[in-house]
Ligand binder design. Structure first.
Ligand SMILES: [Zn+2]
Length: 419
């Protein structure tokens, strides 16, 4: 008997928004058609369905999250108003899964077809006869939308059309809706079909002689190459599914999930870049640094204001911090905020660097206070970081503003700011 966890596999999948699809049929496969019939034949108002198809064509449906029992997406009206839209589908009972898996494991061609992203019509027919039809029938697509419509509205219809496109590519979406993810399903099918194959000969398993196994090793295909860097960070699921979670700040959690995905993508890109093994790992960020990183990531003005308030920074102060962050992350933020005093040897190195930076007649007249050298008549400043790099600053409206990325020598740093 299997003793694994009840949910060792992912049971939720998010598909990124698809580009607009002008003048395109939405289902190319027979099961995609069956899915759409369930919508088109059960909606009371054909106009709502037609409008939904236009919405889906125009690219109004955002990322689609699929999980057992339902689909969720944000669908936008022509004027940009966003609607949280759900379509609920009945999950299979344990008995229904048992019948469907029994049928699928019974024919060797069925599993191969599913792996090829094909649904054999005979399998679906047998499953329907056994009361375990994964395809929805009339009335099985149960719409929920925050626009207030009680039947299918253009938003739920648009979501159904979009999902028909997904189903064409990947019929496992349908099975996930019924309660099982792809890996979980294939694992169960494998168990069943190997149990059936063994049954006639009894349970005796004599194994394979070592020499035979060793010889077989030479004919095995090579291991597949490591996957490359994906096109971009993945999209987090839409969390506001209508099921109210007490005290959960959905906007904040969605933003943090997206920010975590972006950061994971950046780290992966760094790890896959050539020469990675030779570089020292970056130090972990402090809470204050991380707040600036997140604010730099937040496009939304309200989110930025909330993050600034939570980090205990005024808005203008946070804007300067975000500007610095963009020029070089944590060391750039330190150059903005860390007003340190170099010790004797650091100061000697800095003076040598300044003396070597310009020919005598071109050298700017700089006055030092701690680790900051200011050119009084132009309002420009050079800051020496503890890491030994030079950061350009500029005086604007009474504040010192980061003016560019750092450089290893003072002349290049000052040249980065055209003034
Ligand atoms: Zn709606």
């Amino acid at each position: 008997m299997s003793t694994r966890d009840p949910h060792p596999y992912p049971r939720e999948k998010t598909f990124p928004a698809l580009p607009p699809a002008p003048a395109r049929g939405f289902a190319r496969t027979w099961w995609g058609h069956a899915w759409l019939s369930a919508l088109e034949d059960s909606a009371l108002d054909g106009e709502q369905v037609r409008q939904g198809r236009r919405f889906a064509r125009a690219g109004a449906v955002g990322a689609v999250t699929v999980r057992p029992g339902g689909l969720t997406a944000v669908v936008r009206d022509r004027d940009g108003t966003a609607h949280r839209t759900d379509v609920l589908v009945q999950e299979f009972t344990a008995g229904q899964w048992d019948r469907l898996l029994g049928l699928a494991a019974g024919e060797s061609g069925y599993i191969a077809a599913l792996l090829d992203r094909e649904v054999p019509p005979e399998l679906a027919e047998d499953a329907a006869a056994a009361g375990a039809d994964p395809l929805p029938g009339i009335g099985d697509l149960d719409p929920r939308c925050d626009c207030g419509e009680w039947d299918h509205c253009p938003h739920t219809a648009a979501l159904c059309y979009q999902v028909a496109r997904l189903l064409d590519q990947d019929p496992f979406v349908l099975l996930l809706l019924r309660g099982r993810g792809e890996r979980e399903l294939l694992g169960e099918l494998e168990e069943r079909s190997s149990a059936e194959a063994e049954a006639p000969q009894g349970a005796a398993d004599e194994g394979v002689p070592a020499a035979e196994a060793f010889a077989a090793g030479a004919v095995l295909p090579p291991l597949p190459a490591l996957p490359g860097l994906p096109q971009g960070p993945g999209q987090p699921p839409a969390l506001d599914t209508g099921a109210e979670a007490d005290g959960l700040d959905v906007d904040a959690v969605e933003f943090l999930a997206q920010a975590a995905a972006s950061e994971a993508y950046r780290q992966l890109a760094r790890a896959l870049a050539p020469g990675h093994a030779d570089r020292a790992p970056a130090a972990p960020l402090t809470a204050a640094e991380d707040a600036v990183r997140l604010t730099a990531e937040a496009g939304d003005v309200r989110l930025r204001a909330r993050l600034s308030a939570a980090a205990g920074r005024g808005r203008a102060e946070m804007e300067r911090a975000v500007l610095a962050w963009g020029f070089g992350g944590a060391p750039a933020l330190a150059a903005l905020e860390d007003d340190w005093t170099p010790d004797r040897s650091a100061l000697a190195r800095a003076r040598a660097a300044l003396a070597a930076a310009w020919a005598d007649e071109e050298a700017p007249v700089l006055r030092r206070v701690r680790a900051r050298w200011t050119e009084a008549d132009t309002g420009r400043q050079l800051r020496l970081g503890r890491e030994g790099r030079w950061w350009p600053y500029r005086r604007e409206a009474g504040s010192w503003i980061p003016a560019g990325p750092s450089a290893p020598d003072p002349a290049s740093a000052l040249a980065a700011d055209p003034g």
